[in-house]
Design a binder for this molecule. Structure first.
Ligand code: GTP
Ligand code: MG
Length: 191
């Protein structure tokens, strides 16, 4: 099993040109604000204080690289669809994120996080379709599983794809799904 033995925060940037040079493979986490992207990175690294978490949506506002075991990156991204940031600001984020996702050659997989309690929102569906259109590799993570016994969302999701994407179910509270995601990352890193 892949173990995270070492992690270090590398940098926060607002433009792809300022990202670390494309050298090590990387895995990025995206999804609506407050869905638990930063918490998931902390879960994987077993450190609650590594990526900044907040009850208030809109916490992560930059592209954040964390170097893991000295040879791959986890990347924390801002959330999409956060109503309280200005329209212009939101547009700006969107451009930065799209630029990063479309151009980053070392990006192995985009983990799209969805809150297991909610139905899929319009912007989630638009985003997933955008990934498909751009032929970008992605997997889905249903977060906050501790808040719910059984998910409707998993069933609903399967209707939207011709080919089933990988779907993981996680909780940063009870650590559910941590090993499954790490195992999948290990597989991706071997490709
Ligand atoms: P932005 O950076 O604002 O886009 O949010 P984010 O997606 O990074 O979410 P973040 O990790 O900051 O978590 C948002 C809130 O959800 C915090 O209050 C977390 O404690 C809570 N949270 C995250 N994951 C879980 C989970 O698995 N279970 C429960 N119960 N709460 C969670
Ligand atoms: Mg965050």
């Amino acid at each position: 099993m892949l173990e995270i033995k070492k992690y270090e925060f590398v940098k926060s940037v607002v433009s792809i040109k300022d990202c670390p040079k494309e050298y090590y493979p990387e895995l990025a986490f995206i999804g609506r604000s407050n869905v638990g992207k930063s918490s998931l990175i902390n879960l994987l690294c077993n450190n609650k204080h590594l990526a900044k978490v907040s009850e208030k949506p809109g916490k992560t506002q930059t592209i954040n690289h964390f170097l893991i075991n000295g040879n791959w990156y986890l990347v924390d991204l801002p959330g999409y669809g956060y109503a309280k940031v200005s329209k212009e600001n939101r547009k700006n984020f969107q451009i930065i994120i799209e630029e990063y996702l479309q151009n980053r050659k070392t990006l192995k997989c985009i983990f799209v996080l969805l809150d297991i309690r909610h139905e899929m929102q319009h912007n989630d569906l638009l985003f997933l379709q955008w990934l498909g259109k751009n032929r970008l590799p992605f997997a889905i993570i249903l977060t906050k599983a501790d808040k719910l016994k059984k998910s409707e969302l998993e069933n609903e999701l399967t209707k939207h794809f011709e080919e089933q994407p990988n779907i993981f179910i996680t909780s940063s509270i009870n650590k559910q799904g941590r090993e499954d995601v790490l195992e999948f990352i290990e597989y991706l890193l071997e490709q």
